[in-house]
Design a protein around this ligand. Structure first.
Ligand code: SF4
Length: 352
């Protein structure tokens, strides 16, 4: 446990947490909805500081981040808790756990583990990292000094107050929309009033940071697969981030409290892919469908496969050292070249 940075006093003996867009106002002894930030003695405490509930080594493509340091090994960690209540969460065992627990690890120890396991990056993932931002910050600052990059897998429900903290250490973020960010969906299946704070937060990130951004959208069949909403979301992304930002449409699998729905039909994902391309996005992907042709990167100028993928594996690399298409010379907006994951073959799972 450690005192949080992201909070303010409200003048009536309470504190307001400013880490996420819920802005919980907490009286003495109260804990925020995420379960990890508590008012103790008029100060907000981060209960999960130094408490890591899980750690794995993943390829960066699993996050998914496919235009940033492709083929690298990522040390992926999480704490308990979350600021969202997704009824389909695949990690509900840790995200919806409200008992603070996990391996006690200081920031230095986490970075050492990443180094020991030859990881080029650290990902704060599996639950929402914004809720433990101060802890991620302390890990990330040390990591960056050692030449290790930092990435968030986030729902984007952050605040303007987060940005200066992120700027100290964060290199890349993948922001996960759900159900095309449609209001009815997020209200019913996530437990937030609407997605407006995500859009505001993204504009803050765009204007006040240099973090690499990719987007995902979990397409949930029957209840979160509306074509008009997908078009609106794609249009917003093009208008505000340009045609070169990657967008991944992810397949839903039944889990947690939503076991009654089927997996998203591949045709529905392809329809979303088509819509996003029509709206002008040049790098659109289909995720969670291993072997699908839209896992690969295609050169928008000549149509050739620029980076071939199967699941999280890179199967072909048709870019020169400057990441230009070897077919036509078009510059593909990918930061970095191939990392150790690709060179070494399979990644090694689980550290503790
Ligand atoms: S991070 Fe937690 S305590 Fe803070 S506003 Fe969000 S849900 Fe509330």
């Amino acid at each position: 446990m450690k005192e949080a940075v992201l909070f303010e006093h409200t003048g009536d003996g309470k504190v307001r947490c400013t880490a996420c867009a819920r802005y919980c106002k907490l009286g003495e002894g109260q804990t925020g909805l995420c379960g990890v930030r508590q008012n103790i003695g008029g100060r907000l405490q981060l209960l999960v500081y130094g408490r890591v509930i899980t750690g794995h080594i993943d390829p960066i493509e699993k996050k998914p981040l496919v235009h940033y340091m492709p083929g690298t090994r990522i040390f992926s960690i999480a704490t308990t808790g979350c600021n969202w209540l997704c009824r389909y969460c695949q990690n509900y065992d840790i995200s919806q756990r409200r008992k603070v627990e996990g391996e006690l690890l200081a920031p230095e120890e986490i970075v050492s583990l990443a180094q020991k396991n030859r990881c080029e990056g650290i990902a704060y993932t599996y639950n929402e990292p914004t809720i433990y931002l101060e802890f991620a910050h302390d890990v990330g600052v040390i990591a960056r000094k050692k030449g290790i990059f930092n990435s968030f897998v986030s729902n984007g429900y952050g605040t303007p107050e987060d940005i200066p903290v992120l700027n100290d250490f964060l290199d890349a973020i993948t922001v996960d929309f759900k159900g095309n960010a449609e209001k009815g969906f997020v209200r019913k299946y996530i437990g937030i009033p609407d997605a407006d704070p995500i859009f505001s937060y993204l504009l803050e990130l765009r204007d006040r940071s240099s973090v690499h951004i990719e987007f995902t959208d979990l397409v949930v069949p029957e209840v979160g697969d509306n074509a008009d909403s997908a078009r609106r979301l794609s249009r917003w992304i093009v208008d505000n981030f340009g045609p070169e930002v990657p967008l991944h449409f992810l397949r839903f699998h039944p889990d947690y409290k939503m076991m009654d729905l089927p997996s998203t039909p591949v045709k529905t994902l392809e329809k979303h892919w088509q819509i996003a391309r029509e709206e002008g996005l040049e790098y659109v992907y289909v995720g969670n469908v291993p072997g699908h042709k839209y896992e690969s990167t295609y050169c928008p100028a000549c149509g050739k496969v620029a980076v071939g993928r199967y699941g999280f594996d890179i199967t072909s690399w048709n870019l020169d050292r400057d990441n230009r298409c070897t077919g036509c010379g078009h510059k593909i907006p990918i930061s970095g070249n191939l990392g150790t994951y690709f060179r070494d073959g399979r990644y090694e799972p689980v550290i503790f």
